[in-house]
Each structure stands twice: as structure tokens, then as C-alpha cells.
Design a protein around this ligand. Sequence first.
Ligand code: COA
Length: 385
Amino acid sequence: MENVAVVGYGLSKFGERWEAGLKELVSEAAVAAINNAGIESKEIQSLFTGSMSSGRFANQEHLGALVADQLGLIPIPSVRVEAACASGGVAVRQAYIALASGAYDLALVVGVEKMTDVHVGHATTTLGTAGDYEWEVFHGATFPALYAMMARRHIHDFGTTEEQMALVSVKNHSNGSKNKFAQFQNLITVDAVLNSSVVASPLKLLDCSPITDGAAAIVLASEDLAKKLTDAPVWIAGSAQASDTLALHDRESLTSLKATRVAAEDAYKQANVTPGEIKLAEVHDCFSIAEILAIEDLGFFKKGVGGKSIEEGETQLNSKVSINTSGGLKACGHPVGATGVKQIVELTMQLRDEAGNRQVSNADIGLAHNVGGSGATAVVHILRR
Ligand code: COA
């Protein structure tokens, strides 16, 4: 297997981008990544685009060829990768595998979703198609409801509190306030979270990630080329993915995502590191409870003590493990197909000491965790400077 590094990154502004279409979002992020890598677009040999549901959100399918056309990359091979909210992370992994196998030396990965042009009811149902439609969504169990059930069980089994969940959102808004690309850059308080409107009890508006337009892009290169292109390659030390049942009722547990645990174990083994060595992680906080599940399932904290660890400040910027320095899905926003790529962008900025006032000191190893649906897909990447 060839070693593979991230050599360039770019983002569009995340948010309600009513003035920009899907193609403009792609261009914003991809052109920034190509410029950041210092390459010419004609050097790119292969293109991977993560997008969950461009057909339902933006009436546009066939994104592989569309993105190649938009970026002037015709006729290189180009594919769209779909794995619900993990589409971006899985696109990164597919590109990594293509380069590690020696098939290509230089690839561009784009993640994109244009979600706000449809009514929120349509957006919620579209997101729900990532669950088991027959057993869950048809009966009204949309994603906030599914994660609310996980939260209820975590509260029941471990005594996790709604205040602890609220602290996840407070921290992520604080990190997002330092990120000019984030959808929300305002600070919030625990009281504001607790008093925001109930979406699916115990989850309130400010426990939820928003509906977002946005795109992210990275340039990946094989070892020899990466060393020629940059003095600061960020190496992919581990790349792993696992699957689970779509329907919650078929799972072994409501308080742990097995796909996350399996993917993390594999990624740690590949990178030859332990969870304790990870300095920062971008984890999939689609709802506040999801961040608590993630930091436990990734092995940063024991099962059941995630909420307490957050209360004790152990996931703040420059604490034991800095979690979601970008603002996470909660504050940076969650354009579903872009999220997994944005996580790699954030880690790359951090590992190159380019994260400005949210820089983690001595950042040398970071982890990205991207989940599809309520946990049926999980992809974990470990990056090293
Ligand atoms: N966090 C903070 N503020 C939010 C927000 C969020 N998650 N969602 C919306 N807002 C704000 C809006 O900016 C708006 O503010 P304004 O009045 O100052 O402009 C206000 O709340 C109302 O926004 P609106 O778009 O009408 O909200 P909504 O009620 O239609 O949607 C949710 C809110 C929570 C239902 C929606 O964001 C949602 O479904 N989130 C979950 C997405 C999801 O499931 N993703 C996949 C996860 S697996």
C-alpha cells in the first residue's frame, strides 16, 4: 500500500446560501483546495464527490460527471459516493484506497449538499431516508426522534443529564465562534439550550445540528508526489469503515454505535496509536447526545461517563482531547455530504498549525469520525502531521 497525504484543502462558507447553487458551492471549495495544494487542475487524475441526496434536495443527480464538468476536469474519471451523512467520509476513504492501491497519484475529493432550498419538512423526510423507511420514518420516527430515543436510554442507564448534553452545544458554538466558515458563530448558554423549543424530547432546538448548504474539498497525493508538493503533508495513518443495521430496533444497544467501535478499533490498529494519544477529534455531533456516544465509543472516555467528562471540561479546546474544534456539525453546520470532508479539512488545518485562534497546541495526531444515519455507517480516519 502506498502512503497517502492530504496536500490541500478548501471550504465554502457554510449556512443558508440562498444566493449560491450546488455548482457554485462546489467551485468555492474545490478551487480553494486546488490553490491551497499549489497544483494545476489538469494534474488531477481522479475525482470523488460525496453527496447524500442531491436529487431530493436540489433536483440534481449524476454528480460525478457534473462536478467534473463544473471544475473543468473532463474527461477524468469521476464518481459520486453515497452513504447518507457519512457520504463525505466514505468519499475520502474511497479516494484514499484508490491512491493507496497505486491506481492514481493525485485525487480531488469534494463533499457537497445544498439543503435549504426545500421546506424543512421535505428536508427532514429526505434525511429520514437514511433510516429504515418501512419501520421508522413511515411511522414518524425522523432523525431527531431516533436520537432522542438514544438520549433517553443514556439518561436512564448512566444518569446523563440534559445540562451535560447542553454543554456539548455550548462548547461547539464557542469553537464555531472562532471559525469564519461556520453557519453559527454566536455563543450560547446552557439556559438557552434548555429553554429552546423541544424538537423530540429530550432534544431541543439547540441540541440539534441545523439544515445547511455547503461544500468542502481536499487534494490527496501519493507519498512521492506529496513530498514534492508540500513541506507539510498530513498523512492518512488509518482509514476504516463499518456497517450496522439501519433500524434501531435491530441493534445490540441504544447507547453505543457498534459501527463506530469497529471502525475505530481498525483505524487505531492501522495507525498504531491508542485513543489516549489523539489530541483532537472531529466527531459526528448531529445531536448533542451523538457527541457523548462518540467520545465513549471512540475510547476517549469509558461508556457512561461521556456526559460527566464534558461537564468537567475534558473536551474543551486544549483540554484532554479537543473535540470538534471547527464547531462540529452543531455550530459549523451539517451539509450532510460535505461534513465528512470538512472534518478532514479541519484536522489538516490543525495539524499544519493553520487554525488561528482555535489552534490546538502541539497538534500531531487527529481523528475524524463520520456517521451515516443513526449509526448504520461509520467511517474513522486518523491523520498525522
Ligand atoms: N441550531 C441553532 N439555531 C437553529 C437551528 C439549530 N439547529 N436550526 C434552526 N435554527 C435557527 C434558525 O437560524 C432560525 O433563526 P432566526 O429566526 O434567527 O432566523 C430559527 O432557528 C428558526 O429556523 P427554522 O429554519 O425555522 O428551524 P426549523 O424549526 O425549521 O428547523 C430543526 C429546526 C431542528 C428541526 C432542523 O434544524 C433540523 O431538522 N435539524 C436536524 C437535522 C438532521 O436531522 N440532520 C441529520 C442528522 S443525522
